[in-house]
Design a protein around this ligand. Structure first.
Ligand SMILES: [Zn+2]
Length: 164
C-alpha cells in the first residue's frame, strides 16, 4: 500500500513537472532576453525591436538605455500607448490594458514599436501619407492625418522607415 501510494505520488509529481516545463517552453518560445522594469508580456516585443534594428545595422540595448514598460489602464480616450517621462522612469512605455486584451500581435507590435520610437529613438510624429492615404510611418500621430495599415506585406518597409 505504501509503495503504491509512493508510486502514485511520484507519477503525479512527474506529471506536474512535465506539464510545468511544457507550459514554460510554450511561453518562452523564441524569447531569450529579460528586461528589468518591463512587464513580462512586453519582453518579446522589446527583443523583436532590438532584433529588427540589428538586422538594419542599428545596435540597440533597451535595458542598458533604461527603457521600462507596463500594461495598465490609460484613461485618455482613444489612446492605447504612451511614452511617459517620470523622474524614476524617464522613458516608460505604457500600453493600455483594454487594447492589449483585444489587439492582434501585429497591432501590439505596431503600438509598442511606435512608443519605443518616442522613448528610445526620440522620434516625433510623422503623418506623411502614400497616394492611397495610408501612413508612410508607424510614427503617425493617430489623429487622422493618414490611415493605419501595418501588415505582413508592408511591415518591412515600415521598419526600414523606423530605423532609417
Ligand atoms: Zn506617438
Amino acid at each position: 500500500m505504501t509503495s503504491f501510494n509512493f508510486f502514485k505520488i511520484a507519477t503525479f509529481l512527474l506529471l506536474v513537472a512535465a506539464l510545468g516545463s511544457c507550459q514554460k517552453d510554450t511561453q518562452d518560445f523564441d524569447l531569450n532576453k529579460s528586461y528589468n522594469g518591463v512587464e513580462t508580456e512586453l519582453w518579446e516585443y522589446f527583443e523583436k525591436f532590438e532584433q529588427e534594428a540589428a538586422d538594419r545595422g542599428v545596435q540597440i540595448n533597451l535595458s542598458a538605455a533604461g527603457i521600462t514598460g507596463s500594461i495598465e489602464k490609460i484613461h485618455t480616450p482613444g489612446m492605447v500607448g504612451i511614452c511617459n517621462h517620470k523622474p524614476n522612469t524617464p522613458n516608460h512605455v505604457m500600453i493600455d490594458i483594454d487594447f492589449w486584451r483585444n489587439a492582434s500581435k501585429m497591432a501590439k507590435e505596431m503600438i509598442i514599436f511606435h512608443e519605443l520610437g518616442h522613448c528610445f529613438l526620440h522620434r516625433g510624429h510623422n503623418d506623411d501619407k502614400h497616394d492611397n492615404g495610408t501612413c508612410k510611418s508607424i510614427m503617425r500621430s493617430g489623429q487622422g492625418g493618414c490611415m493605419d495599415l501595418y501588415n505582413h506585406s508592408n511591415r518591412n518597409d515600415y521598419l526600414n522607415e523606423l530605423f532609417h
